[in-house]
Design a protein around this ligand. Structure first.
Ligand SMILES: Cc1cc2nc3c(=O)[nH]c(=O)nc-3n(C[C@H](O)[C@H](O)[C@H](O)COP(=O)(O)O)c2cc1C
Length: 215
């Protein structure tokens, strides 16, 4: 079985990114680009991003999660702390987030360190989730091997009964990670592969240096 994709190529020509276009703060620049996704009906789940971790086996692994909050401190997503990524990020906090919005021909790459979000903030978000999602968090031993789907469905049915009239508390092994950025790259596709790339790097606690990178 084979498929030759060598001739599959696309010209990026929708937009440009100039130094004079940039905000001095990368989170503000992120927000500008994030707002642009809201005006593009073809983008579904603009907040879907990949998060990479270096596993305890030494291999990097990347998977999609949903960005739920961002501000000047960083980017927040929620997960199971005992999952593969949860364990990996607690052992090695260095991580990389990636957003790709094909219709805008844009990519954002964020390197930083992940830390557990405060329990209060995780509680707050957990409490706001629909009951089905709350129960899902209780049911699923994320990233563990399961014998079959029925085990999960039976567990869910039992918990649905148990919690029919009860509030569900956030399990201690479920919560948020805050990724504090140390560098953020903005990539805009351009013709002839001469794409625009700008890298913001943190030079001290607050100041960002901005450099153009070769495509
Ligand atoms: C669109 C999309 C959104 C997802 N959002 C999340 C999320 O917010 N949190 C999460 O733990 N997993 C999410 N997942 C599932 C993860 O990609 C992954 O399968 C899961 O977290 C287990 O990863 P791990 O075994 O590497 O820890 C999402 C998957 C997709 C495709």
């Amino acid at each position: 079985m084979k498929e030759d994709l060598h001739d599959q190529r696309k010209t990026y020509a929708k937009k440009s990114l100039l130094r004079s276009d940039l905000e001095e703060n990368p989170i503000q620049q992120f927000q500008r680009w994030y707002y642009d996704t809201k005006n593009d009906d073809s983008i579904d789940e603009a907040n879907a991003m990949t998060v990479s971790s270096i596993g305890t086996d030494g291999f990097p692994k990347t998977r999609v999660v949903l960005l739920k909050y961002y501000d000047e401190y960083g980017f927040v997503f929620y997960t199971n702390y005992d999952s593969e990524k949860g364990k990996a990020l607690q052992a090695n906090s260095k991580t990389c987030l990636n957003f790709f919005w094909p219709s805008l021909e844009r990519q954002i790459i964020i390197k930083g360190k992940a830390e557990k979000l405060s329990e209060a903030r995780s509680d707050q978000y957990f409490a706001s989730r629909p009951k089905g999602s709350q129960l899902g968090a209780l049911v699923s031993p994320q990233s563990k091997v399961v014998e079959n789907r029925e085990i999960l469905e039976d567990r869910l049915a039992n918990l649905e009964k148990e919690y029919q009239h009860k509030e569900i508390k956030r399990p201690a092994n479920w919560g948020g990670f805050l990724v504090r950025p140390e560098s953020i790259e903005f990539w805009q596709g351009r013709p002839n592969r001469l794409h625009d790339r700008f890298l913001y790097s943190l030079t001290n606690e607050y100041d960002w240096k901005i450099e153009r990178l070769a495509p």
